[in-house]
Design a protein around this ligand. Structure first.
Ligand SMILES: [Cu+2]
Length: 91
């Protein structure tokens, strides 16, 4: 459980500095207990999708609980980028 949290945190830290990114991609999507989804973008920052499929804001540092009971910390708040992604998918 802790290992998975650390993996996500590491991913997040690597993201900010190293590479220039042209397009936003979702690296990983994690379902949360409340029915929303947290998307980890390719630079390690995160964005929230509510249960209706809308990009929503969440304060960085907020602790979220995944469907399987793990705790993850919100890193970044990429509402606009996720909104873009969701709209491109035609959702
Ligand atoms: Cu979140």
């Amino acid at each position: 459980m802790l290992k998975k949290i650390l993996t996500i945190a590491t991913l997040a830290m690597v993201g900010g500095s190293a590479f220039a990114i042209d397009i936003t991609l979702v690296e990983k999507s994690i379902e949360l207990k409340d029915g929303s989804t947290v998307h980890v973008l390719n630079d390690g920052k995160m964005a929230m999708e509510d249960k209706l499929g809308n990009a929503v804001s969440m304060k960085p540092g907020t602790v979220m609980e995944t469907k399987d009971g793990q705790k993850i910390v919100m890193h970044g708040n990429e509402v606009m980028r996720l909104d873009d992604i969701l709209n491109k998918d035609g959702r």
